[in-house]
Design a protein around this ligand. Sequence first.
Ligand code: ZN
Length: 370
Amino acid sequence: MADFYVKAILPRSKRLREVPETPKLPLSNGQIAELLSQESEAATGHLQRALRKATQAAFLWPVEAGELLAKKESLQQLAGIGPHLERLIRRWFEAPPPLSELSPLRQNFLTTAQAKRILAKRPQWADQYHGDLQMHSNWSDGSGKIKDMADAARKRGYEYIAMTDHSQGLKIAGGMDEQELAEQAEEIEALNAKLKASQQHFRVLKSIEMNLSPEGQGDMDPKALKKLDLVVGSFHSKLRVTGDQTERYLSALRNPSIQILGHPRGRIYNRRLGLTADWPRVFAEVSRLNKAIEVDSYPDRQDLDVELLLVAKKEGCRIAIDTDAHAPDQLAWVELGLAATLLAGIPAERVINFLSATELLKWAKSVKSQ
Ligand SMILES: [Zn+2]
């Protein structure tokens, strides 16, 4: 499947090509998103906002709009679609407009409908997934309590989650200082004790999404980080610079406090291209240090994407598939990351979320003691 994807998509990634699993439809959800996005550029006010909202929603629609039309169903059951946009999309289906080149800001994003088809062909891939290692609660900028995130994860059949609220440097997201991190740990321990007492095979891992400076330095006392099970490190600043950023990545990876590098490029759909680096060198360093690099499945991030995952595969590094969820229902977005890793042909043994909690903690410990 991976080779097919490479041949069929990547060399022509500037065009609107679809993965081969796409059913024969005049337009896929990805193409509808592109048309909605183009339309939004010419619109103003309320209509522009509705078009932008629908563009993002199209990536999350669980079914192809074209399949609903074929069944003579309303498109208004899809998020972001009201009567006006339904009429617009129906017109596109009757006479598909010429599709121009995709802006680099919108390339290599999977839709949920696509991801579901890809995963349906190999259900055992998603079945190996034991837990999500990046998510936020109301300790920083998430909307749910830790318990809400844990309940949602248990319903999905997970064995663990890592709570990775933001660290103090990211003030805009309500980042935690060392004191708050310690208080959060108490809440997690109490919840874990309760779960254990009720014989639930599930635990919340103590973690953090530590903000990294553009030089790759953390913003928390390493002693406080030592008490955690895992540390995700992520860049949130100077993400629009265009020069080579290899050194920033290498120094971040060599930061002894972190085990996972979160949303590596920092790209955002239609807003930010993300950083560039000598990726084979970066991924080789991830491998050498036995750390992991993340596929952030947040729909407008999808970072790493399939193109970079193919490079990561060659360098043999470990991969974390996370959602970066900021609300309990967003854990479902993991399908995008699972599909991307499956398309790239990442070997199962390199996906750290396929490890049991015991194996995962053993790995994290071995990385820390290097
Ligand atoms: Zn982040």
